[in-house]
Design a protein around this ligand. Structure first.
Ligand code: HEM
Length: 182
């Protein structure tokens, strides 16, 4: 996993819980915390950090990943506004993940291993995002979709009827978008 993901996690944890909590997570995960955005670090290290956060907060690892994914999107928006500017709604933005966003990420971050997505749009304001990755970070994807919807002033309800953690061959994130109630 590229260091940028660890950098974003550090920023999210520090902003919401303070630097001490981040230091505690590093210590409990046996991680030294010096991540450069272009460096590559083991997926297991991310999992250990998430597990440490889970033990500290009593929230499940999936909840932590969803929280992180949601928190990461405003930061990614600040860093890569051009990926968002080309779209007026979240569904259209998500459909650019494979061919534009993560394609560009692979150029910017050599060695990046991005997930693959396919899409089904059975009706208006609904998008089934099919997530495939050996990393099995579908909860992170869910959080990132929620965070993306917010960036477009939309609310999203996500169901997860198929999941590789439950033996299915891919994760289906069934997203229903509506106007923001905020
Ligand atoms: C500006 C938008 C985005 C940028 C710049 C971006 C960038 C990245 C980067 C750098 C990685 C790490 C790859 C690696 O370490 O090998 C990654 C992974 C990932 N991205 Fe994105 N991403 C964006 C949007 C999204 C969105 C909207 C989703 C939601 C579906 C998403 C889902 C994921 C997931 C789940 C991973 C973890 C790796 C995996 O599951 O295989 N990303 N992304």
């Amino acid at each position: 996993m590229k260091g940028i993901i660890f950098n974003l996690l550090e920023k999210a944890v520090t902003a919401e819980h303070g630097a001490d909590v981040w230091d505690t997570l590093l210590e409990r995960a046996g991680a030294d915390g010096s991540y450069t955005s272009l460096g590559s670090y083991s997926d297991a290290e991310l999992v250990r950090l998430v597990e440490a956060a889970s033990a500290l907060t009593g929230r499940s690892a999936s909840e932590i990943l969803r929280w992180f994914g949601t928190a990461a999107m405003p930061m990614l928006h600040g860093r890569y506004p051009e990926f968002f500017a080309a779209h007026t709604d979240c569904g259209s933005f998500l459909r650019s993940l494979n061919d534009v966003i993560h394609a560009e990420v692979r150029k910017l971050y050599p060695g990046a291993e991005v997930p693959s997505f396919s899409f089904e749009a059975p009706e208006e304001n609904r998008l089934i995002v099919v997530y495939r990755s050996r990393k099995q970070l579908c909860a992170l994807a869910e959080g990132m979709i929620e965070g993306s919807a917010r960036q477009f002033g939309q609310d999203v309800r996500i169901e997860h009827p198929r999941c590789t953690h439950r033996g299915d061959d891919a994760c289906h994130l069934d997203c229903r978008f509506g106007p923001s109630s905020a």
